[in-house]
Design a protein around this ligand. Structure first.
Ligand code: DX5
Ligand code: ZN
Length: 216
């Protein structure tokens, strides 16, 4: 089942509760929360308090993408704030296996994130500890960037690795997703698609979500 996770990085920050309520109304499967610390990536967006604030406006899963250094420090905060899924960057954590365990101990689904230049091998030893693996199809830190076509090959490699492992792990793709790039990613094996700019700038966001899902 193909899931679409609109990123609220492209939503109206001054009216986030309403934006999240509408996103669910448009048929989103997840709310994608782009948490940025201004260190791991240049921008600062928000932390667990934003997760807590929007929790009241939606009952679909909140998918928190932590673009922060040493993410383990924040896991409990996101659990208390009602996040359902937390993904952490392999490039930002020296003890990623322990952090995945911590996310699960806090009752959330766990995943790792790989930047465009990070090889699939970086997640090979933690596949069975992941519910989802997020591949960046842009360099993290900003919405509205151009899709990096080379990531399609990485999706195929990851899909093969997951199939060989016998584990059931979602493949999420994040950055520059629109109906055209979504099709390439789904054909390659991705089943969760993050989309910020394409959804929040669309004339008809509900239809855009359907088009990205390939349902139209
Ligand atoms: C970038 C974020 C992405 C981004 C996607 O660092 O992780 O989720 O917001 O936005 P679009 O879909 O606008 O490329
Ligand atoms: Zn993201």
């Amino acid at each position: 089942m193909i899931k679409v996770a609109p990123s609220i990085l492209s939503a109206d920050f001054a009216n986030m509760g309403e934006a999240v309520r509408k996103t669910q109304e448009w048929g989103a499967d997840y709310i994608h929360l782009d948490v940025m610390d201004g260190n791991f990536v240049p921008q600062i967006t928000f932390g667990a308090m934003m997760c807590k604030a929007i929790r009241k406006y939606t009952n679909i899963p909140i998918d928190a993408h932590l673009m922060v250094n040493d993410p383990r420090k924040y896991i409990e905060q996101f659990a208390d704030a009602g996040a359902d899924i937390v993904t952490v960057h392999t490039e930002a954590d020296k003890h990623i296996h322990g952090t995945l365990q911590k996310i699960k101990q806090c009752g959330m689904k766990a995943g790792v994130v790989l930047n465009p230049a990070t090889p699939i091998s970086a997640c090979e030893c933690v596949i069975e500890d992941c519910d989802m693996i997020l591949l960046m199809s842009v360099n993290p830190g900003f919405g509205g960037q151009k899709f990096i076509p080379g990531v399609v090959k990485k999706i195929q490699q990851l899909k093969n690795m997951i199939d060989k492992s016998g584990c059931s792990v979602d493949i999420e793709i994040d950055g520059g997703i629109n109906p055209e790039t979504a099709k390439l990613c789904i054909e390659a094996g991705a089943n969760v698609l993050v989309a910020g700019n394409s959804v929040f700038t669309a004339q008809d966001p509900a239809r855009m979500i359907k088009l990205i899902r390939g349902a139209e």
